[in-house]
Design a protein around this ligand. Sequence first.
Ligand code: SF4
Ligand code: FE2
Length: 638
Amino acid sequence: DPKNPVRTSDPGALQMLKMLEGKNIETVFDRVVAQQPQCTFGYKGVCCRICIAGPCRVKKEDGPGSRGICGASAYTIVSRNLVRLIAGGAASHSEHARHVLHTAHALVEGHAPDYEIKSTAKLHKLAQRLGISTLDREDKEILKDVVELGYADFGRYQDRPLAFLDSFMTQGRRNKFQHTNVMPKAIDGTVTELIAQTAMGVDNDPVNIIFGGIKTALADLAGEYVGTTLSDVLFGIPEPIVSEANLGVIDPKMVNIAVHGHNPVLSEMVVAAARKMKAEAQKVGAEGINVVGICCTGNELLMREGVYLATSSASQEMAIMTGALDAMVVDIQCIYPSVQTAAECFHTKIITTEGIMKTPGAQHLAFKPETAMEDAQKLVTIAIEAYKQRDPNKISIPNERHKLVAGFSIEALTDIFSKVCPERPISVLTDAILSGQIKGVALMAGCNNLKRSQDESHIAILKELVKNDVFVIATGCSAGAFAKFGLMSPLAVEAYAGEGLKSFLKMLENANPQLTTGLPLVFHVGSCVDNSRASDLAVAMADELGVDIPKVPFVASAPEAMHEKAVAIGTWCVTLGLPTHVGSLPPVEGSDLVYGITTQIAHDVFGGNFIFEVDPLIGAQKLLNALEYRTWKLNIHK
Ligand code: SF4
Ligand code: FE2
C-alpha cells in the first residue's frame, strides 16, 4: 500500500516508530508516502533531461511524441539513463577507493604516522597477484609499488587492462572482456568516457550504449578491488568475530557515537580514539564511549573490530530519534540529508568529514590521513561535550539487539575449508554442491528501497534460500538486515537452515575446533565495496571446477536495490556470468529493447542475466532454478 507510512519490518525500527507516535517527527517513511504517486515517465526511464531543451518525455504512440526533441527514441533515452546510473556508481566506489589509496600513499611517503601496514600477509598476496616482486623487500617498498599501480589504474591512459581487475579474473573472463571490447584501461577515464558517450547528440545505439555501461561497471569492480584489498592491508583481513546489532546497542549510560557512510579510513581512527578516551567520557558522568555503526562504515568496523551495528540504510534516522545518540560522524554515500533535520529535534551533533560531503547546519571537520588521530580525538570530544546536553525526557531506545557472527573474508572462509581439505580448500564447497548437500552459493547484497517495506524482501529471500540448502554470503545493507533480525547468528541455523545446509555447517564446525563460536546461518563478507570478495569466491570456485564463472552454481540478489552503486554492482555481476536478481525495478520498462538486452542478450554474450522480480518468493524461486540448472549441467559433464 503506497499510502501506508509504516514501511519497515525491522523490529527495532517498528518499536521506534511506536515510541514516536504522536510526537510529530517526520521520517523517511512519511516522505515516501508524500511522494506518491511517483512520475511514471521517470519510473520507466523515458524522461530525458540530458540537455536543457528537455525534459522530453516520450510517449508510446507513433509520430513526433514518440521521440525527444532531438529525435532520440525511447531505447536511446532508457539506455542512456540506465548507464549514467552505472557511471554514478562507479564514480562513488572509485572515489572511496581513491581515498584509501591516498592514505596508503601517505603512509609509504611517511606522512600518515597513525596508520600502519596491519596485514603483511595481505600485502604480499596482493603484490604477488599484481606481479610485484616481494623477494627481499621491505613492506613499505612493496606497498609503494602497489600504490603506484593503483594510481596508474585510476587515471593515466595506458595500453594495458586494469591491473586491479585483470589479475583477479579467470582466464575465460579476461578473454571475454577483450573480445567484447569491454575491458577498461583506466577507472576515471572510463567513467568520463561514458558521460561523453551519452551526452546530447553522441551515441544513440542502445547496444553500444549498454556495452559502454558494462565497461564502466567493470571499472567499478576494479575500484572495489582497490578499496577492499588496500583496506585489508591497512586495517587487517577480517576474521570471525562476535558482535550485536539493532538499535538496542545504543547504550543510555555511554557516550554514543555513530559512524555512518562507507569509508573505514576515518572511522577506524574514531574507534581507536574512543578506546583511548574513556577517562574523558567518565569525567562527564558516562560509563565510557560506545561507537556504533550504520550502513557500510558500520559493516567495515563490524568485520574488523566487532563494533556494534546500530542500524542500516532506511532506518538511519531512528538512531538519532533514540535521544541517546550524542554524535553522528558521517563520511560518504547513503547518508540521508534528513539526518541533520532529525538531529535538530535532539541534542545530537552531525559532523561531516569529507570535502565532497557537507550538510547545511552540520559541523564540518575536514579529515586528513596526515592528522588522523588528532582529527578523530576532536570528533570524540564533540560527542563527549554533546552528552552533557542530553534531554533525559527524550530518551527512548528500542530494546531490540541480536547476537551475530561476522568477519568472513574469503581468507577466513578458505581457512575454515582448509581444515577439511588443506590442499584444495574451495573443493570443500564445490564438492558439497556437486553431491547435492548444498544447492550452490548466493550473494545477497544491496540497499533498502522503500518501494516495499524495509528489509521484508531481504528476509523473505534469505529464508527461502537457506531452507533450500543454499550457502549464502551477504554484504552491505542486506547483511545489515540479517544482523538486525538475529539471522546472522549460529542460533538461526537450527531454526531456518535446510537439512543439507545444517549438516554442511556442522561438518565445518567439527573440523574447526579452534573457532570460539558456531557458524552463522548467513556469512557476512563485508561492505558494498567488499562485493569484490564475492567476485573472488566466484573466481575461486570456477578455477576449482575447471570451468568459467557462467557455469558455476553461484547467483546474486539485490532484493531492495536503491543506489547507483547497486546498478553498477548488478551489471558487473551479470558480466561476470552470474544470474542476478533485482527486487526493485530499475528504470528500464520504457523500452522493450533495453529490457531485452539486460535480461536476454546479456545472457547470450556474458552468460549472466538480470532477473527483475519484485515478488520476493518468486524471485527466490528463480534463483533456486538458476542454481539447480547449473549444478545439473555440471554433473552431466563430469
Ligand atoms: Fe530531449 Fe534529446 Fe535533450 Fe534528451 S537530449 S532532453 S531527448 S532534446
Ligand atoms: Fe553500502
